[in-house]
Design a binder for this molecule. Structure first.
Ligand SMILES: [Zn+2]
Length: 369
């Protein structure tokens, strides 16, 4: 089983270089000042009222966080991600909002209505994270993941919070990428969901691939900042490898857990590319981009993609198993073993196609920022 995995990892490394272009307009737009960010205040009820008056959003779709027992966590996320949208205003997707929705769907969605951009985190996402990482979860007690004790010694908060954050960041940046795509489209109304329907649309595959790749770049940037700010200089290479593996392995777990229109491997079907392609893409993008950041800063760390891939896969397998997603795990492993050539081929096709995709969020991303 090891050989195909390493081949996939190497293939993604070769083709995983992300395209960037200077965006002068973006560079001209200043980041908000520290003071401006400090003074930002958001009110959930007021925001919902405004959006129901000015967009097609309906009250019945909205999740009432005031009535939910975990509302403290939701309010924290509400403020954190609305601030994040202000911080990212240079992408020219204003006005934009993050709210919570109660649709019976998985994950999150992005919506454009009357030139307003809305990212909706579904109640199911919050509940899923609570089920996975709530009281009693301790990754180091999972046999095979005991080596993550080193992180608990270095963090001043539980590792589960780090993993939860990584999944939320992935979700947010994936949807934000759709918002960026929508901002250059003329449509009055558009919507996109995290997990998808059965109708095949090649253009949608490209949009989804762009959104995942954009999210991977943002995660790599956060991972770099995290490593710089939160961990001492004396991290060994093994510890750095493990830090990257736990983050990417967790995001892969989340991607593989998303319901699909079809579990068996496919290429040109459904609205999203197959989860196995999405999971492998995210790890390739994170590692490749993180290596680029390290190189640019002359930090002498050489990331071994094959090695990190194996460890992230190890994390992912144990987490899927721990969360009772054994069918998903078996199917993912089978697909890796049997379809690695097709995965690499379709991945390459999507990457090539991104070059011609004018609305790409990645094209708006400036690697120098
Ligand atoms: Zn999407």
């Amino acid at each position: 089983m090891l050989i195909p995995i390493i081949i996939i990892a190497t293939t993604i490394l070769i083709f995983g270089i992300v395209i960037s272009e200077d965006n002068k307009e973006m560079k001209k737009t200043k980041y908000p000042s520290h003071e401006e960010m400090e003074n930002l205040k958001f009110n959930y009820a007021d925001m919902i009222w405004y959006l129901t008056q000015n967009t097609s959003l309906k009250h019945s779709e909205v999740y009432d966080i005031d009535g939910y027992s975990k509302d403290e966590f939701c309010i924290y996320l509400f403020e954190f991600y609305n601030k994040n949208l202000v911080w990212n205003r240079r992408f020219k997707c204003q006005p934009s909002y993050v709210i919570f929705g109660n649709e019976n769907r998985e994950g999150a969605k992005a919506k454009k209505s009357n030139k307003h951009y809305i990212i909706v985190f579904f109640e199911s996402l919050i509940k899923k994270l609570e089920n996975w990482f709530g009281d009693g979860f301790d990754i180091t007690s999972i046999a095979g993941l005991n080596q993550y004790h080193f992180l608990s010694a270095k963090l001043n908060f539980p590792i589960s919070k780090l993993i939860e954050q990584a999944i939320l960041q992935f979700t947010f940046y994936h949807e934000f990428a759709h918002v960026i795509q929508f901002s250059v489209q003329d449509e009055f109304e558009r919507e996109e969901h995290m997990a998808g329907s059965s109708q095949f649309d090649y253009q949608m595959h490209i949009e989804e691939f762009d959104a995942d790749t954009f999210s991977g770049i943002c995660l790599a940037t956060h991972l770099f900042q995290f490593q710089q700010d939160w961990t001492p200089d004396n991290m060994t290479n093994t510890e750095i490898k493990n830090l990257i593996s736990i983050i990417t392995g967790s995001v892969m777990t989340y991607i593989i857990s998303l319901p699909m229109c079809k579990t068996e491997f496919y290429t040109e079907e459904c609205i999203h590319p197959h989860n196995s392609i999405r999971a492998l893409n995210i790890i390739g993008v994170i590692i490749t981009h993180l290596q680029e950041i390290l190189n640019k800063r002359n930090i002498q760390i050489k990331l071994d993609l094959g090695e990190i891939f194996l460890e992230a896969n190890n994390v992912c397998s144990h987490l899927l198993n721990n969360f009772g997603l054994t069918q998903e795990l078996t199917s993912y492993q089978k697909i890796l073993n049997e379809n690695y050539e097709n995965i690499s081929k379709y991945h390459k096709k999507l990457q090539d196609e991104l070059l011609n995709y004018d609305e790409s969020a990645i094209k708006k991303w400036n690697l120098n920022n």
